[in-house]
Design a protein. Structure first.
Length: 245
């Protein structure tokens, strides 16, 4: 296969994914359901953050979860026990990322009327998932202290994609234990994307977690506004027809 063929095939794959992602986003917006995509490397604490989030917001909002993994439903079971209203596991059988087609097929398993927010926990990877729009409305990229302070500079693309709103530094309880320069990390992140908000948290101890919960609440609030706008659009044609009659 020539380089030209490789580029053309890759472009067609991404174009098809982007079209499906836009369809999915429109579908979610009609239903008034906000989708948050959580990305990060294996072991950074995505599932632990999700579990603590579900427990903290149980009774306050109804959260559905899509879990992406190469194999097993372990994370889906953890999310269900923590309080997710609905959980669907996607096993990719070796694929290193989720894509819009998989997410689109999964949405039929959810009842949007019974949810205030939909969270996707993407496959652990800082490279492959970065380029694949799933139809989400926002992205949160999770890093952790044991990974080292150089990751924003080494893996910039995941922080630059549209809809990436926050970077989350997890496991701050290990600062001082692991070699990690917090100032260097923050400066590196600002140099990659100065608009990105940085949240410093510990899913284990709960330090800084209120800021993360506020971000999740803001996502759900956007979903409620979408639902209200969708309901208003539905009412207007009916009122117009009533006036004509």
């Amino acid at each position: 296969m020539t380089d030209a063929e490789t580029v053309e095939i890759g472009a067609r794959i991404m174009a098809a994914n982007d079209r499906k992602a836009e369809e999915t986003r429109r579908q979610l917006e009609r239903a008034g359901l906000f989708m948050l995509n959580i990305l990060g490397s294996p072991g950074c604490g995505k599932t632990a953050i999700l579990e603590r989030t579900l427990r903290a917001l149980k009774g306050e909002m109804r959260i559905g979860v899509i879990e992406g993994d190469l194999e097993t439903d372990r994370d889906a079971r953890r999310a269900g026990k923590a309080g997710a209203v609905q959980v669907v596991q996607i096993e990719t059988r070796g694929a290193c990322h989720l894509d819009a087609e998989r997410i689109s097929k999964t949405l039929s398993s959810f009842d949007a009327e019974k949810l205030d927010l939909l969270i996707v926990e993407n496959i652990g990877n800082l490279i492959c998932p970065a380029d694949f729009d799933l139809g989400e409305h926002a992205r949160a990229v999770v890093l952790s202290v044991p990974e080292g302070d150089d990751k924003p500079g080494k893996y910039p693309s995941i922080f630059l994609m549209p809809r990436t709103r926050v970077a989350v530094l997890n496991k701050i309880d290990l600062l001082g234990v692991c070699p990690f320069d917090a100032d260097r990390f923050a400066a590196d992140l600002r140099s990659v994307n100065p608009k990105l908000e940085l949240l410093r948290i510990s899913a284990l101890s709960g330090d800084g977690f209120d800021a993360w919960l506020d971000f999740v609440r803001a996502c759900a609030q956007e979903g409620r506004r979408m639902r209200g706008a969708s309901a208003a659009r539905t009412r207007r044609p009916r009122e117009h027809e009533k006036h004509r009659a």
